[in-house]
Ligand binder design. Structure first.
Ligand SMILES: Nc1ncnc2c1ncn2[C@@H]1O[C@H](COP(=O)(O)OP(=O)(O)OP(=O)(O)O)[C@@H](O)[C@H]1O
Ligand SMILES: [Mg+2]
Length: 337
């Protein structure tokens, strides 16, 4: 933990008057773009504003606790991972489809004991292989349960729930799974649960943020996810360009070097060395020009865009709080109602 970062955290003023309107933030993005990092940073941003926040992971990768230098989350526990001077807290939950299946059977059919027996014979494997979408039904069902605690006034309720969600290629299908369930189950508790989850996901209190890098594939996948989510009527919130490297030079200067026309005259270097340096910088200039072009493409999606800087020091708890500051500044935070 660097001293500068620790000091920066201590100086952070709680922003208790600013609140995001949403209570469920779903964070998706192409693999490796920073979904987990941004999910946790968003949680820290909300916690800095005094909120009690739960971050849920569903892919079993333990990425959330890694960021806090802790061992993987125990199933079904929601430990506090961090707290802020304003009284906010970040809790973590690893949602496990198998546990969710047992709970589901227990709550709808009072099959707790029988379900546990079934489990020993691989009920989960059996169930998910005949109904591949079942896993997603169970995972989103658990998120729904966490969000709904607030409406029920429960002591373990959270002000906001963040879902470190599956990647962009799967996100629309993942979130829309209960639409399919509603289509299959015409009546009964499964139907009403599916309808409630569908309503929650389409309410103004739910928003999907898409994390991207300024690279071709993630930007293309972001555009595709926006289109697919539009069709489901689930709201896209902010497109978050992650790992953005700063470069103060103008487009014109960069383009000159990218085109191979840039000239350098570094004192003490001979002409040949200056040419080599200019050519090397030309590669960097080309990369930056491409990033700026893709950044403009993101603006064309018609959604708010936030930028998160590349942190060369690696990502630990303090780096996550530094990213939280950047998000707090750029994401639209509503005033307390
Ligand atoms: N702003 C940043 N600056 C520097 N490194 C970053 C930044 N954001 C994320 N990283 C690093 O990039 C890597 C991928 O981040 P992360 O694990 O959050 O991505 P992910 O989308 O959740 O990946 P996966 O698809 O594997 O779940 C990690 O090593 C993380 O520390
Ligand atoms: Mg991840």
């Amino acid at each position: 933990m660097s001293r500068a970062r620790t000091a920066a955290r201590a100086d952070r003023r709680p922003l208790s008057t600013s609140l995001p309107q949403q209570t469920l933030h779903v964070v998706s993005g192409k693999g490796g773009t920073g979904k987990t990092t941004i999910s946790v940073a968003l949680a820290c941003a909300l916690a800095t504003a005094g909120r009690r926040v739960l971050v849920c992971e569903v892919e079993g990768r333990h990425g959330i606790t890694d960021l806090f230098g802790r061992p993987p989350l125990d199933r079904a526990e929601e430990p506090r991972l961090s707290r802020t001077p304003s009284g906010g807290a970040v809790h973590g939950l690893a949602i496990d489809a198998e546990d969710a299946l047992l709970e589901y059977l227990e709550s709808f059919y009072h099959l707790g004991f029988a379900a546990k027996a079934l489990d020993r014979f691989g009920a989960m494997d059996f169930a998910t292989s005949i109904a591949p979408g079942l896993r997603d039904v169970l995972l989103t069902g658990k998120v729904y349960e966490a969000v709904r605690r607030q409406a029920k006034g429960r002591d373990d309720a959270y002000d906001a729930v963040i879902l470190d969600a599956p990647p962009t290629g799967r996100i629309a299908q993942f979130l829309n799974i209960h639409e399919a369930v509603s289509g299959l189950a015409k009546v009964g508790p499964i139907r009403s649960q599916a309808d409630s989850i569908n309503a929650m996901l389409r309410a103004p209190t739910t928003v999907v943020h898409l994390v991207t890098l300024l690279e071709d594939m993630p930007v293309t996948e972001t555009e595709e996810a926006i289109d697919q989510l539009r069709a489901t009527q689930i709201t896209v919130g902010t497109v978050i360009a992650n790992m953005v490297r700063s470069m103060p030079l103008s487009d014109g200067v960069l383009q000159t070097f990218a085109d191979g026309n840039g000239k350098l005259a570094v004192p003490g270097f001979d002409e040949a060395d200056n040419k080599i340096l200019a050519a090397e910088f030309g590669i960097e200039a080309t990369r930056t020009v491409d990033h700026r072009r893709r950044r403009a493409v993101l603006d064309g999606f018609g959604k708010p865009v936030a930028e998160v800087a590349f942190d060369p020091g690696g990502i630990d708890e303090n780096a996550v709080f530094a990213i939280a500051d950047q998000l707090q500044d750029q994401m639209q935070l509503e005033r307390r109602r």
